[in-house]
Each structure stands twice: as C-alpha cells, then as structure tokens.
Design a protein around this ligand. Structure first.
Ligand code: SAM
Length: 262
C-alpha cells in the first residue's frame, strides 16, 4: 500500500517544502470562482484544509470575510504569515469534521486539494448545513497531468518509476483527476447540491532537479514510501532531470468544481 490514512498528515511534516515548491493556483481560477459564486466584499466564506495558504492568499484581496482552517498548526502558521496584510482573513486550527459554526452562516465554502481527505460519510451534509440556501461549495484540485506530458525526460522518469515502484506508476497517472471526477459525480448524485460549474485552467510549473525532488516528497504516496525505496527513486529522479538540462516543466490542470446548495 502506498497510501494510507496517515497521508493527510504528510503535509504538516513537509510544511516548508510544500509552501516553497508546490504549484500555486492560476488567477483565472480565482476570477472564475468569484464570478460563479458571486463573491463580494460582503460575502462570508469558509476555507477548509487551507494548508500553507497557497489559495487563501489569492482569495484574501477580494475583501470577503474569510475563515480559513486546517488541522495542522505548522501549515496554519505559514498561511497566517502569507495573509498578514489582510485583516478580513481569520485562521482556525480545526479539522473539517470538528469545525463549528452556526447553521447557514456562510455564503461560500471552498477547499483546495483537500476535500477528498474529509470524512466521506458527513462531508456533503455538513457542507450543506453550513451554507445559506443558494450558497456554493467550491472544490479545487491542482492536478499534475503526467498523461499530457511526453518526450525523453518523461519517458526516462516513467521507466525509473516502472523499475523502482511499479505499483506507483498507476497512482502517478490517474489519482487526482479521478478523485476530482468522482467528486463531480458525487455532487451530481447529491440531494443537497447541483453542479454549477466545472472549469479547468492549465498551467506549467518549472522546477530545478533538487526542488522537483522536494516537490515529490510532498505527495503522500511518495513521502510514505519505505526509506530505501524512496532514496533510490529520488536519486534516480535527480540524475535524470540533471541529465536532461537540470530543470523539469510539469503540466497542471487546476480544476474548479462549484456546487450550489439547493
Ligand atoms: C494537499 S494539502 C492542500 C493545502 C492547500 N489547500 C493548497 O491547496 O495548497 C491538503 C490539506 O488538507 C489538510 N487536511 C487533511 N485532512 C483534513 C481534515 N480532515 N480537515 C481539515 N484539513 C485537513 C492538510 O493538513 C493539508 O493542509
């Protein structure tokens, strides 16, 4: 098993690396969210699983009142630092499951690359209960689209993964996209929500060899590999990237699902 329940705690262990080398979210995605969710300076917004605030810092300038939460104090400290100029953002250390607020107290909820970690049995019902009628839940995923990449560097990396962690190759190619598609299906099937928007914004994230290895270590399934396997994998990655010019560009699909509460 490459992924287990401890996966959601990976991010706190690599907080500084996560902040430094994970890709951010395109401005166009934030503009889409603002337009579809009707966000104004009067809106009340809750963000769950805000991590080091990669998205929070982009939402903050919109002026809405934002309560941003995460279960990790380490990540929240980084997010707070990024949002220092914005008194409209308040931080709460809480899991989604334990988050407390009055019913129907938010116009919009948002979770970036986090909603899939929340309790499957309660996440839709809880989200609906927190929202005013007609309010929106936005689910964002920054998806590394390996399947859209080609060329000698990608082929060499795939061969390495095939040799060192063959079971990870499948995980590398479909999980995040599949996760967000599954969530789109759950919105469709839900009694509380209608799917209002499903928008994708493509972007490129370029890193040097060392930073690319730091990035890989922030993904739970690679972070949690046995030490020897991880070392072999990361040394191999470093060598391959160095041999192909020293940097690597990755293709990301930032996907925004917006569900409207009935
Ligand atoms: C992949 S990170 C995304 C962080 C940030 N939203 C971003 O997009 O960069 C997932 C985040 O969800 C948080 N998380 C995981 N399970 C959670 C839960 N049940 N309740 C609240 N936050 C959770 C983790 O601590 C982590 O910060």
């Amino acid at each position: 098993m490459l992924k287990d329940d401890s996966g959601k705690h990976t991010f706190a262990r690599v907080a500084a690396d996560y902040d430094a080398v994970r890709p951010g979210y395109p401005d166009a995605l934030v503009a889409d969210w603002q337009a579809f969710a009707g966000i104004t300076a009067e809106s009340r917004v809750a963000e769950f699983g805000c991590g080091p605030g990669k998205l929070t810092a982009k939402l903050a300038p919109l002026g809405a009142e934002i309560v941003a939460s995460d279960l990790s104090p380490e990540l929240l400290a980084i997010a707070k630092a990024h949002c220092t100029p914005y008194p409209n953002v308040r931080f709460v250390c809480s899991s989604f499951e334990d988050f407390e607020a009055a019913p129907e107290s938010f116009d919009a909820l948002i979770a970036a690359t986090a909603f899939h970690w929340f309790d499957k049995a309660t996440r839709w019902q809880k989200s609906a209960a927190l929202l005013k009628p007609g309010g929106t839940l936005a689910i964002v995923h920054n998806i590394h689209r390996h399947d859209r990449e080609s060329g000698a560097l990608r082929e060499a990396l795939d061969a390495l993964y095939g040799r060192v962690v063959p079971e990870a190759l499948d995980a590398l190619y479909q999980p995040a996209w599949q996760t967000s598609s599954d969530l789109a299906g759950e919105i469709d099937a839900s009694e509380d929500f209608d799917l209002l928007a499903d928008r994708s914004h493509w972007h490129e994230h370029v890193l040097g060899a060392e930073d690319y290895v730091r990035l890989l270590n922030t993904f739970s399934f690679q972070h949690n590999l046995p030490a020897q396997v991880k070392m072999a994998l990361f040394e191999g990655v470093r060598e391959i990237v160095e041999a192909h010019g020293g940097s690597i560009g990755s293709t990301y699909e930032a996907r925004l699902l917006i569900a409207r509460r009935r």
